[in-house]
Design a protein around this ligand. Structure first.
Ligand SMILES: [Zn+2]
Length: 351
């Protein structure tokens, strides 16, 4: 994960973990070659949809923190590392233990010659239309860079493990409280840019780009057999002790309003939307094909982002629990407005 609007255009040839490439700020190029019609603007915080607060089971935050601790102890978890293999095994074992069938999608990127794996589980609802809830499981590669300050031990407690840990507790919750819409929980690989600086077009978001392409291909082949993805809820860096989920401005405005409304319902407004800023992330490939998406991300002003201090000591059970509660409170509203109501306005219609 990397900074959005705050990064200036940085053109430099920099050898990265796996090679060298031209670097560029993540916000200077429009997504998918499209022209962005207007600068995204923050929502009106006075517009609040009344939502019923949904809180996770007792100790869900502590359990999420325990998952994150285990993952950090595995060390770096980008592809090829021992921790990458061990993490996939840990996730599969835990999810199977919850009684879920785990889909493992492994592929080799032909250009990078790197092997990636997305994992997913599906919790069926009464309707087949899906809400995808996702996080990335890879950690930033912090070795082999020409710039010495980019080489250090990095375990990605917040940037990687926190989102994964919340998804594990979400899966456990939804197994006990089945949703109305089908929920697909996805662990994306290859979110982080292989170059030190963000390189969205070529060398980042591998897992989410593949996931969206597979969905589009299946839709073309047999639209009746591929359930619609009604919306994406993305988690990235959601466990910092001083949690602050920014208003991520690429996210679909109505979903931002619902997320803000969830924060109001839970009484955690102090943790949400004090800052508004764009951040490119795994939601971009979804938005590019017209799937509404919201990114819960704590990037703007985060002092530990891509730093050696992104460790378990800077996560808290309370923050992980807050993020899980936000998702649990948000999901019924997304079901109601994006699945059952089948929106037809231009913003949410798939292109
Ligand atoms: Zn990152």
């Amino acid at each position: 994960m990397t900074r959005g609007a705050a990064l200036a255009l940085a053109l430099a040839v920099t050898a990265a973990c796996f090679g060298a490439a031209l670097q560029q700020s993540r916000t200077t190029a429009p997504a998918g070659g499209r022209q962005e019609s207007a600068e995204p603007v923050p929502i009106d915080p006075r517009e609040v949809v009344p939502l019923a607060p949904v809180r996770p089971a007792k100790d869900a935050g502590e359990r999420a923190l325990a998952h994150a601790r285990v993952l950090c102890e595995l060390g770096p978890r980008h592809t090829g590392q021992p921790g990458w293999h061990a993490q996939l095994e840990y996730l599969e074992r835990h999810l199977r233990g919850l009684g879920l069938a785990v889909a493992r999608d492994t592929w080799t990127d032909r250009k990078e010659l790197l092997t990636f794996t997305n994992l997913s589980v599906t919790i069926p609802g009464r309707v087949p239309e899906r809400i995808v809830v996702a996080a990335h499981h890879d950690t930033k590669c912090t070795s082999g860079h020409p710039d010495a300050e980019h080489n250090f031990r990095f375990v990605g407690a917040n940037d990687g493990a926190s989102g994964v840990a919340v998804l594990l507790e979400l899966a456990a919750h939804l197994q006990r409280h089945p949703p109305t819409a089908t929920v697909q929980i996805v662990f994306f690989d290859g979110e982080e840019s292989l170059d030190w600086a963000w390189n969205e077009a070529a060398r980042a978001l591998f897992g989410s780009k593949r996931f969206v392409k597979q969905h589009r291909d299946r839709l073309l082949l047999d639209p009746a057999a591929e359930p619609r993805i009604a919306a994406l809820v993305l988690l990235d860096m959601v466990g910092r002790t001083d949690l602050h989920i920014q208003e991520e401005l690429f996210s679909t405005p109505r979903l931002r309003t619902l997320l803000w409304s969830a924060a109001v319902a839970l009484g955690v407004q102090d943790r949400v939307f004090r800052r508004a800023e764009t951040a490119s992330d795994d939601h971009r490939p979804f938005l590019d094909v017209g799937i509404p998406a919201v990114d819960l991300i704590d990037l703007a002003g985060n002092p530990h982002w891509h730093k050696p201090t992104d460790t378990i000591e800077n996560l808290s059970a309370a923050s992980l629990e807050t993020s899980l509660a936000l998702v649990l409170t948000l999901l019924p509203a997304v079901e109601r407005e994006f699945v059952l109501a089948k929106p037809t306005d231009a913003e949410t219609r798939p292109r």
